[in-house]
Design a protein around this ligand. Structure first.
Ligand SMILES: Nc1ncnc2c1ncn2[C@@H]1O[C@H](COP(=O)(O)OP(=O)(O)OP(=O)(O)O)[C@@H](O)[C@H]1O
Ligand SMILES: O=P(O)(O)OC[C@H]1O[C@H](OP(=O)(O)OP(=O)(O)O)[C@H](O)[C@@H]1O
Ligand SMILES: [Mg+2]
Length: 408
């Protein structure tokens, strides 16, 4: 038997036999509620076999087995290796002038040439969270749902940017539209159904074996049992395996196609991509704070600029103040901090004069046409519009927030 197949069979034995890995391992810390999660995928497992069995100890941990902070000098950023988040993450970084240089898609390490001493490691999102916790990564981009599920509220995980504006979805409880659930439309009504007892609890299928039980406990639902599967959870009620499911929803198509509905009060969390860092890395590893600042500034500058346009126009006027007053009288023309107005000089009869003023304002996409109409109405001509690429503020509010979270 090869070494790998040997350890696999030991593990299987461990899951079946080791009493410390009974489903109660995944119950929330409430003794009064009746929760359990049946799963074959615990986060970290240590099995001890008696001397007579194997004379050895088998450990499985997610990430670094060594608790010492490694002495590497490179800074590591974890990015999703595949799946929904992967290409959007690379696109966002590219838009921030932080293109990732990856030699081929199966190579899991890459560089961002713009930032020296930064290594990019492609990992599955849940492993990014685990590796942040084990100090094998310093920064990462994942969905907020994954961060919440696998981070489990660990204070070492600090959200640096909470809204990267892609990967939008929500984690939600859903029940069948038919049968005993036909008239159930809220979590409260679901909780009050007489069907759920200690002997016959509400059966919920989910991949979120931390957030699921926590949500039920926080909402006072007793008598719930969770089961897990890797996907296609929406089939579980129709298959008779579960009464409800707790899963991610974005368009809602999968729920609809499987005759399921969301209920009022059933949303566990709203999610989108976030930039997260390890507090330990920010505080202890040289360069992480500076690199985080640079990445955050670029992200903020790009995300602030999305959907914004610069509008320039010429306007006749006797002086800048008078032009400013005309512009500020219009609701759609105030810009980010008010209009920039500069004299357009020309030479007439040997004298330099300014009959026209150039104005520059920032306008969001949805107000674009309205602002052009308003500009024209007050005498604007030669209106030019171009998309904005970056808006760098004096200092990003999120940077100040980060420093305060770190107590700096
Ligand atoms: N409709 C959706 N369904 C699932 N995830 C979504 C959806 N919309 C956005 N997301 C985001 O994408 C992430 C899932 O991406 P993906 O399925 O590639 O991840 P994964 O962790 O590799 O999944 P798995 O390991 O289960 O295959 C979610 O954590 C969530 O943040
Ligand atoms: O609201 P929607 O836009 O329909 O998206 C939601 C569905 O997408 C995800 O499944 P995924 O496609 O990853 O398949 P899986 O469940 O088989 O992993 C998620 O688990 C939902 O089932
Ligand atoms: Mg699914």
């Amino acid at each position: 038997m090869s070494t790998s197949s040997m350890s696999m069979s030991l593990l299987q034995f461990c899951f079946q036999q080791c009493p410390s890995h009974s489903p109660s391992l995944f119950s929330p810390s409430s003794s009064s509620s009746n929760f359990s999660v049946a799963t074959t995928k615990p986060a970290a497992v240590t099995c001890c076999f008696s001397q007579s069995q194997f004379q050895s100890q088998v450990s499985v941990v997610n990430g670094n087995v060594d608790s010492r902070v490694s002495e590497r000098t490179e800074i590591r950023l974890g990015l999703p290796s595949k799946g929904r988040m992967a290409s959007d993450t690379l696109d966002l970084l590219k838009d921030c002038q932080l293109s990732v240089r990856q030699v081929n898609p199966r190579q899991y390490v890459a560089q961002i040439p713009q930032i020296s001493n930064l290594e990019v490691w492609f990992q599955r999102p849940k492993d990014i969270v685990r590796k942040l916790l084990s100090s094998d990564l310093d920064l990462g981009i994942v969905g907020f749902d994954t961060l919440s599920e696998y981070g489990q509220g660990n204070e070492d995980l600090i959200i640096v940017h909470n809204a990267l504006e892609y990967g939008d979805c929500h984690l939600s409880l859903a029940i069948p539209k038919y049968g005993i659930f036909e008239n159930i439309n809220s979590l409260r009504e679901l909780a009050q159904m007489p069907q759920w007892t200690a002997e016959k609890p509400l059966r919920v299928a989910t991949g979120f074996s931390y957030l699921g039980p926590k949500f039920m406990k926080d909402n006072g639902l007793k008598h719930v049992v969770f089961s897990t599967a890797d996907g296609a959870l929406e089939a579980a009620p129709a298959m008779g395996i579960a009464d409800a499911i707790l899963d991610l929803v974005s368009s809602g198509t999968t729920l609809r196609e499987n005759n399921l509905k969301e209920i009022e009060g059933g949303i566990v969390l709203e999610s989108q991509a976030v930039l997260v860092s390890s507090r330990k890395a920010l505080m202890q590893r040289k360069g992480v704070l500076d690199t985080t600042h640079e990445i955050l500034e670029r992200l903020e500058a790009h995300l602030r600029a999305i959907g914004q346009f610069t509008v320039t126009a010429n306007m006749r006027g006797s002086n800048a103040e008078e032009v400013a007053e005309r512009i500020l009288s219009q609701t759609s023309l105030s810009g980010l901090q008010g209009p920039t107005i500069s004299p357009v000089f020309c030479k007439r009869d040997g004298k330099v004069t300014a009959d026209y003023y150039a104005i520059v304002i920032c306008v969001p996409k949805n107000a674009l046409y309205k602002s052009v109409q308003q500009l024209r109405a007050i005498g604007g001509s030669g209106v030019l519009i171009s998309p904005l690429t970056y808006i760098f503020d004096e200092e990003t509010p999120r940077w100040r927030e980060l420093l305060s979270k770190l107590g700096l």
